[in-house]
Write a protein of this length. Structure first.
Length: 190
């Protein structure tokens, strides 16, 4: 109950006090790249149910619907690079928080096509919790390109979750800890 109250409080603060930032980011996206400023994508949430996740668009139109680590290097726009590094691309997810689909902190929701990650998370009990905008894996630089490692880290969060841990993870996220998803990243030997 306390976590939901914190989530809603954060979402309302963003909408009430930072609506102008949402507007500026949306306009900047439209000026630099044709297409909508908001990107809607199906993601896997609690209990394996899908929901529509909203983010500011950081990639060019026509980019394949794959995980960021599988997207071509030139898919991301110049403003998209800034938004990802500053986490501004995540701001529209306050709508997902209000709809009770995600939390501020929890395992990042994945794409339905990321079946290995979904299976690994199911096996480790991760799908029993609501996904989040940021989480333990994100502040430790673990992205979706390594599903087993990510699911293990997510399971660790599930075991250790508390309001204190969530507060620490939110502070680390605000301070820029973690690298986010790697676009166009290729592991050695590929």
């Amino acid at each position: 109950m306390a976590k939901r109250t914190i989530d809603l409080g954060f979402a309302l603060v963003v909408l009430i006090f930072f609506w102008w930032l949402l507007l500026i980011v949306g306009i900047a996206i439209k000026l630099q790249s044709p297409g909508p400023a908001i990107f809607a994508q199906k993601r896997v949430g609690r209990d394996g149910r899908t929901f529509t996740c909203y983010k500011f668009r950081t990639m060019r139109l026509g980019t394949p619907n794959v995980g960021s680590h599988d997207a071509p290097r030139d898919a991301i726009t110049p403003i998209g690079k800034f938004m990802r590094s500053s986490k501004l691309d995540e701001l529209p997810q306050v709508w997902n928080i209000i709809r009770n689909e995600i939390s501020l902190v929890g395992p990042r929701p994945c794409l339905p096509i990321q079946t290995q990650l979904i299976d690994e998370r199911r096996e480790r009990g991760v799908l029993a919790v609501k996904p989040g905008i940021t989480g333990l894996a994100q502040v430790n630089g673990i992205d979706m390109s390594d599903p087993v490692r990510l699911a293990k880290c997510d399971a660790r969060y599930v075991r250790l979750q508390s309001l204190l841990l969530d507060a620490k993870l939110m502070i680390q996220t605000a301070l820029g800890r973690g690298s986010g998803d790697r676009v166009g990243w290729e592991p050695l030997g590929r």
